[in-house]
Design a protein around this ligand. Structure first.
Ligand code: DX5
Ligand code: ZN
Length: 222
């Protein structure tokens, strides 16, 4: 169980109004977002196309918050430098996106960025066994990646197993959960040991005047 004061909320701008992304990022920043979660999709690794490094660079001046870039692209290595230069603070990759996860993580670290590994619902926890010393964040997908607004897949056991492995390292590795997070599912993943919650639909619902309330509700879930 994670102490609620330590919970960080990472609104996914996939659910924002793309016609005014700068305004949307400023709105979630002032509404209390901790990280700005950017879902990058290539129409190949996942069946949807979203945004690339130019969009990260465009929104970067609108916030000082941590830019949390989730790459759902394959290959990822070719684009790591572009996302680093665009202003990403954390770059997260999927093990299935390339043949050499360890090397990809080394590349992210060499660019001076925090490195994350994202595990799809069917991807075993063991994938992270031999890269723990390189990771700053482990992202547990609780939907199959590609779209916002999907139903949460209950993977609390997996989250707990990863929390145990993180605690054994003694390092402050983030345990982030992404997909179908709302006031109800937030309680479950926090109980299982998550400390960073990605939420698209649940944050952006009902327009900018509700963002602060929506974020607070996720953070306050016990
Ligand atoms: C899915 C993305 C998620 C998604 C979350 O591939 O990685 O970040 O946008 O959206 P909600 O919160 O609507 O499930
Ligand atoms: Zn994501």
């Amino acid at each position: 169980m994670t102490n609620n004061s330590q919970i960080r909320i990472a609104p996914s701008i996939l659910s924002a109004d793309f016609s005014k992304l700068g305004d949307e990022v400023r709105a979630i920043d002032s509404a209390g977002a901790d990280y700005i979660h950017v879902d990058v999709m290539d129409g190949h690794f996942v069946p949807n196309i979203t945004m690339g490094p130019n969009v990260v660079a465009a929104i970067r001046p609108h916030t000082k918050k941590v830019m949390d870039v989730h790459l759902m692209i394959a290959p990822a290595d070719l684009y790591l430098e572009a996302f680093a230069k665009a202003g990403a603070d954390i770059i997260t990759i999927h093990p299935e996106a390339g043949p050499h996860l360890h090397r990809s993580l080394q590349m992210i670290k060499a660019l001076g960025k925090k490195a994350g590994v994202a595990l799809n619902p069917a991807t075993p926890v063991d994938e992270i066994d031999h890269v723990m010393e390189l990771v700053d964040l482990i992202l547990v997908m609780t939907v199959n990646p590609g779209f916002g607004g999907q139903a949460y897949i209950p993977l609390e056991d997996k989250i707990s197993q990863i929390r145990t492995r993180i605690n054994k390292t003694g390092r402050a590795i983030d345990l982030e959960v992404d997909g179908g997070i709302n006031d109800e599912t937030a309680k479950k993943v926090i109980k299982a040991g998550a400390n960073v919650l990605v939420a698209g639909t649940a944050v952006f619902k009902d327009g900018p005047q509700k963002y602060a309330e929506n974020i607070k509700a996720l953070r306050g879930a016990e």
